[in-house]
Design a binder for this molecule. Sequence first.
Ligand code: NAG
Ligand code: NAG
Ligand code: NAG
Ligand code: NAG
Ligand code: NAG
Length: 416
Amino acid sequence: MKTSLCWVALILCILHCVRLSAAQDLLPNCSYPAVYAFGDGLTDVGNAIAAFPEKFAHAELDPNGIEFPMHPADRFCDGKLLVDFLAFGVRRRPIYPVLRGTSPDFRYGTNFAAVGGSARNVTLYSKASGPYYTPFSLDVQLQWFERYKIRLWFYEYMNPGIVVQPLPTLNSINQSLFLVYAGYQDYFYSLYDKTLTPRQALNIVEEVVESIGTLIEGMLKVSVYYPPGSPSYVMPAAKDILVLGLPPLGCIPAMLTIYQTPGAKYNSHGCLSDLNKITTKHNRLLGEKVIALREKYPDTLRLLYGDIHGVYTDILKNPEAYNITEPLKACCGVGGSYSFNKDVTCGHLGTVGNEMVNLTGTTPCFNHKAHLSWDGVHTSDAFNKAAVTAFLTGKHIYPEGGFQCSPDFTFWNARM
Ligand SMILES: *[C@@H]1O[C@H](CO)[C@@H](O)[C@H](O)[C@H]1NC(C)=O
Ligand SMILES: *[C@@H]1O[C@H](CO)[C@@H](O)[C@H](O)[C@H]1NC(C)=O
Ligand SMILES: *[C@@H]1O[C@H](CO)[C@@H](O)[C@H](O)[C@H]1NC(C)=O
Ligand SMILES: *[C@@H]1O[C@H](CO)[C@@H](O)[C@H](O)[C@H]1NC(C)=O
Ligand SMILES: *[C@@H]1O[C@H](CO)[C@@H](O)[C@H](O)[C@H]1NC(C)=O
């Protein structure tokens, strides 16, 4: 009796396992004609340096991009950004910045994100605006996207054959993958430059989320294009969008350093509680916005929400599982409890106290793979990899199941 029960249990178990793996095998390959991205310095792959080469010169200098396949990388990261992993994961290649003039390759899509790309409209910009600002807020990025579609139309329908550059087709827009990763700029640099207190930053959350919603609605809108002297054309819209929340602000080394005040409250992971409240509120409202937009645009194929905060917290809870030994310290930075000092940031030379500091070399820390933060501001290759791995395997992504396709991790660690 006992043994037969065991047999039944074993057979049930085998059946179950076979079914599970069959379900996995049945998933189609993740594969998109193209990838497009909107956002700020966490997603910029060269728009800021293309627009303002001197201001952003250090983006292509060591140690930025030391691990990137095509170093110099124009990225504020040791290796790949989140958008790079996403592109590889869905069988594409890293996408080029829309402003890239020399030797661009737009076969796999286009990246509209830019350093300074706040969610809220930039209304005032001058040459004197600080080193992390540009005029390229999401409203401008949406204009770039509209313009991009018009150019595709022009080359495909107006002047076929005139352009030798391979580009995605206009009709592939509604099968492509879109990434929206915004809002970090709005909070981070307001707090960094102390133009807002943490309490005031809590009050801009509604406006930031509203601006992200406006971008998404602009992307989803099927508009009619009226070319002068030609029949009108129904412009395709985005249909498959991944919207990301934000990492916990209070765990970012620059914030931990700047707001390390005597009365500061910390959570169990050593992050600043008051700052985490800002991103927690942002993520909650953004999640609600995404749900509301799904209802408003039922024809949208997919509007996914990726919980970056959830991934970050998972790692803080169990850093060893991710080979992270320095969860709260910058790799490329100097001094203090968090390896960050505003006076000499990554890619620069300077003095701290009486000491000369050189952060322009290729080895800014002992092991950059052990850090969640690259330069105290931007997340590291290690974090970006963990986040996209989670999303592509259905973790921390909503609705449940996420992409429901089989990703490709071939280039995860490749330097190519
Ligand atoms: C999925 O992609 C892999 C390569 O990444 C390829 O070997 C495989 O044949 C593809 N499967 C399908 C069903 O297209
Ligand atoms: C932001 O700018 C766009 C134009 O670029 C405009 O249509 C929109 O109304 C502005 N949003 C706000 C909140 O001012
Ligand atoms: C994409 O747009 C084209 C025309 O612009 C249309 O023919 C096609 O059905 C659309 N595909 C989807 C998946 O919506
Ligand atoms: C951690 O490091 C080990 C040994 O190098 C490696 O096998 C493992 O894949 C790494 N884990 C992650 C999540 O990177
Ligand atoms: C800073 O370090 C880099 C790499 O080690 C070196 O090439 C450069 O000469 C150093 N600069 C100064 C001013 O010491």
